[in-house]
Ligand binder design. Structure first.
Ligand code: ADP
Ligand code: MG
Length: 246
């Protein structure tokens, strides 16, 4: 399948530390693609390079065949590439609904599409998203007071307000209980199935990776160690050695 996102020879150093080193990556449109690897492997830095938060020292990034290596984060969002962070970026002193309304307003102002700006329209859109995420009951509560898993779902909601074609998720289930993890996995699966959203996600929980990923890329010491289906990756001796060495 045609890649929605492609990285060629991406590298990023912090001083003498090569955090990402010559990474090639292809994410097929419509796929669920996981990035795994031990702590410090360069996963979050790779996301920074793909999303535009940091600039690579070398290499190129293409999104839908357009080179985006040097374009700003907002421009990538406009093209349909959004992300979430390892630590949820949400407004903790506002309610879940208010968080989504702010993001919807921001999305509308970024868009060249003539959106109806009526507040009722925003309310309806926020309600639909809250339902999608299973957060109806939490809608009017301050996000800072929500369970960790719910805060993460609110953050996914903020990214969805931007109507991405590709969503990058940095450890979406980190710190979640089993029940929260299961709920998040179901929500991501349904977004993928019903909205055709392509997902690229960093994940530590192998049960989640095996549960939803079509493809897996393994990073180790900044480099791609292996790439394949979850079954191929599970059998890969290089991968097993990298994890044992952690
Ligand atoms: P991962 O997400 O796989 O755990 P990171 O991408 O966060 O890995 O980090 C890769 C390496 O780069 C680590 O050794 C980390 O300490 C280092 N690193 C990450 N960000 C910075 C930074 N802003 N300045 C210096 N070193 C960094
Ligand atoms: Mg990380």
């Amino acid at each position: 399948m045609r890649p929605i996102l492609r990285a060629e020879g991406l590298s990023k150093a912090f001083g003498r530390l090569l955090a990402v080193s010559g990474v090639n990556l292809e994410v097929a449109a419509g796929s669920i693609h996981a990035i795994i690897g031990p702590n410090g492997a360069g996963k979050s830095t790779l996301f920074d390079l793909l999303s535009g938060a940091k600039r690579p020292d070398r290499g190129r990034v293409y999104f839908l065949d357009k080179e985006i290596t040097h374009i700003a984060v907002e421009e990538r969002i406009r093209l349909g590439l959004s992300r979430t962070f390892q630590v949820p970026q949400v407004f903790t002193n506002l309610t879940a609904r208010e968080n989504l309304i702010i993001a919807l307003e921001a999305a509308h102002s970024l868009s060249s599409y003539p959106w109806p700006r009526k507040s009722r329209f925003l309310e309806e859109e926020a309600s639909a998203l809250l339902e999608r995420l299973g957060l109806e009951e939490q809608a009017s509560r301050l996000v800072g007071e929500l369970a960790h898993g719910d805060q993460r779902l609110v953050e996914i909601g903020l990214a969805l307000c931007l109507r991405p074609k590709l969503l990058l998720l940095d450890e979406p289930t980190a710190g979640m209980s089993d029940a929260e993890t299961w709920r998040t996995v179901q929500t991501l699966k349904s977004l993928h199935r019903e909205e055709g959203l392509t997902l690229l996600f960093i994940e530590h929980d192998m049960a989640v990776v095996f549960g939803i990923a079509d493809r897996v890329t393994v990073l180790h010491l900044g480099e791609v160690l292996a790439e394949g289906t979850p079954d191929e990756i599970a059998k890969d001796e290089k991968v097993q050695a990298a994890y044992l060495g952690e």
